[in-house]
Ligand binder design. Structure first.
Ligand SMILES: [Ca+2]
Ligand SMILES: [Ca+2]
Length: 371
């Protein structure tokens, strides 16, 4: 079942419950990925300062102290045991310029640890922040490579910029996920991808899930660049080509994409959102915005399961700016099969977009689109 099928019940305060019952199982399945090796010793790393840089760590055994978050991640990558990096309240800045190495030494913090999860634990998303503070060329914050696991708890991620030329194609403003990302109390705010996934991009090999009782907020992240030479971007907060199961309290507000999916874009894989997830909501500030279609969520292949998720008040163009172009779906958008009844070539070469006429009952809401 796909999100577009919910189009028939589009309306203000849209509540869609497409598939029920698989969320807990899906989450449990994901949790198995994070089991620590039996007998592994948990290593705890304290971070001495909020500034960036490399440097050697002190301590021994299961208790270490490193001079920076970057140094702590580099140390964790070397270890085979599970590691928890503990961050105090404060703003941890990333300022070491990016290079082309795709290591934790420069630019984004590449998680390359192949054995044992890496947990980064702050004092709470209102107390501890990790922020991109580059003065020159910027980068995203974390890059979770295939085979690695990153667990984020009690942190706010902000100022990530996926604009640096690396192997990740300008996707994932805060985190690029090719391995496993697990979220507790986490806020993603003001991150930007020049391409897809303003906060998070999930590659086909990647998995994102939530911890028990998670509170995850995606606020004012952006994907894509406008203008003649700008790269179109989809999924203002989240772009999915792998597996994403978000249970707990999850909110997407004020995110935007220059192309489709103001909050979320699914281009393969599987997305499951639970009954405490909200995309948009009442009030102008809550709206997510897409440049073309799917103000809240867009689907271009893959599977979306919305299990009582609220999708409300999002925005996509409602004015006809090009000859023959139909209005975008304010809440849900979808690319359709080649034999869709109404189709035309979209902005991306070779991709067909389709729009459906509104049902008569939706005449008061010209921006919406039914499937
Ligand atoms: Ca990288
Ligand atoms: Ca890096």
């Amino acid at each position: 079942m796909q999100s577009g099928e919910a189009g028939g019940v589009l309306g203000k305060g849209l509540q869609v419950a497409l598939l029920v019952g698989s969320l807990a199982l899906a989450a449990a399945g994901g949790a198995l990925l994070f089991a620590s090796p039996i007998g592994a010793a948990e290593v705890t790393i304290s971070v001495a300062a909020t500034g960036d840089g490399t440097g050697s760590c002190s301590g021994s055994g299961t208790s270490l102290t490193c001079p920076s978050l970057r140094a702590a991640v580099m140390k964790a990558n070397e270890l085979t045991d599970p590691v928890t990096i503990e961050l105090d309240a404060g703003t941890y800045q990333l300022t070491v310029p990016p290079a082309t190495d795709d290591t934790a030494e420069t630019g984004d913090l590449d998680i390359t640890k192949r054995s044992g999860a890496l947990t980064v634990r702050g004092e709470g998303s209102g107390q501890t922040a990790i922020t991109g503070a580059w003065s020159g060329e910027a980068d995203r914050l974390f890059d979770v490579g295939p085979g690695s696991t990153l667990v984020l708890k009690g942190v706010r991620l902000t100022g990530g910029r996926a604009v640096h030329d690396d192997a990740r194609d300008h996707d994932g403003g805060a985190v690029w996920v090719g391995g496993v990302l697990q979220l507790g109390d986490v806020v993603f705010e003001d991150n930007h991808a020049a391409a897809d996934g303003g906060a998070i991009y999930v590659a086909p090999s990647g998995t994102v899930t939530t911890l028990s009782g998670a509170r995850v907020t995606f606020r004012e992240n952006t994907a894509g660049e406008s203008g003649e030479d700008g790269t179109p971007g989809s999924g203002g907060a989240l772009a999915v080509a792998g597996t994403v199961v978000l249970d707990g309290t999850v909110a997407f507000t004020g995110n935007s994409a220059t192309e489709t999916g103001g909050a979320v874009h699914v281009a393969g894989g599987r997305l499951v959102l639970g009954s405490q997830a909200v995309i948009g909501g009442p009030g102008d500030d809550a709206a997510n915005r897409a440049g073309t279609d799917g103000g809240g969520l867009s689907l271009d292949g893959g599977l979306v399961e919305l299990q009582g998720t609220l999708v409300q008040g999002n925005l996509a163009p409602t004015d006809v700016t090009r000859r023959g172009q139909r209005p975008g779906g304010r809440d849900l958008g979808r690319e359709g099969p080649a034999d869709a009844p109404e189709r035309r070539r979209g902005r991306k070469p070779g991709i067909e977009w389709w729009w459906h006429r509104d049902r008569p009952g939706d005449a008061d809401d010209p921006g919406q689109r039914d499937s």
